[in-house]
Design a protein around this ligand. Structure first.
Ligand SMILES: [Zn+2]
Length: 234
């Protein structure tokens, strides 16, 4: 057998070196794949548990019959909402305001007499907000931080003057002018998405029925209902 030269040894060493590199690369690739699958296993439950949140808001109440019906329905479904009540109606039905608070709903201010802010009535508008805050605070013991200005008319300076924050809406099914609950529910469901604030009125039977239809459908789709403060600031 021919004796191996130095060049032959070098050649064999190079091949062995190359093979070692290949094996190391393969091992590294397997290791990376393992870490990736481990990361995926960790990340997966996060994706699954990440729920879409939405807020139901009700204006103009409380109504002696329909608001109670709504509260019953929300309670059955384990859902909380936000109620922007007028001082006038809160004064008439303090027991319903107390029930809202006891059942975990958020209560906001919708002025005393449903007054619309204009250029000429700023002082009266402000007085109505203060008066309504006092009425609500008397019933619940809590400071009122949120306001839904009727018709969305607002003056930003009032936020610092009253230490209140305005909450508008992103979905308005115009429930107050429709009497068919399914139509109202469909108007919401067609548009609704994550983090939407739905505007409803607990002053009408059809709105209350529509709201519960919306809850049933969105719960099926995996939505969670939260109060507006949670939706905006948590
Ligand atoms: Zn209103």
């Amino acid at each position: 057998m021919k004796k191996l030269s130095v060049q032959d040894y070098n050649f064999i060493l190079k091949i062995l070196y190359g093979l070692a590199l290949c094996l190391a690369a393969l091992a590294l690739k397997r290791q990376i794949a393992f870490y990736n699958s481990a990361l995926l296993t960790i990340a997966q439950p996060l994706n699954v548990t990440e729920v879409r949140r939405v807020a139901l808001t009700f204006d103009d109440g409380p109504h002696p019959v329909y608001t109670e019906q709504l509260l019953d329905g929300l309670k059955d479904r384990g859902v909380v909402a936000t109620f922007f009540v007028t001082g006038e109606h809160a004064e008439l039905h303090p027991d319903i305001i107390k029930r809202m608070q006891d059942e975990g709903h958020l209560i906001g201010n919708h002025t005393y007499s449903h007054i619309q802010l204009t250029k000429s009535n700023r002082e009266k508008f402000k007085q109505e907000l203060v008066k309504t805050n006092e009425i609500l605070q008397e019933i619940t013991g809590d400071e009122v931080l949120y306001v839904r200005p009727p018709y969305g008319a607002w003056d930003k300076k009032l936020e610092t003057e009253l230490n209140m924050f305005p909450i508008l809406w992103s979905i308005d099914p115009l429930d107050w002018c429709k009497s068919n609950a399914s139509c109202i529910a469909q108007a919401v469901l067609k548009k609704v998405g994550e983090n939407d604030i739905i505007l409803m009125h607990d002053y009408y039977k059809s709105s209350v029925e529509a709201s519960l239809m919306v809850v049933d459908e969105l719960q099926k789709q995996g939505y969670e209902f939260v109060t507006v403060d949670k939706l905006l600031f948590d």
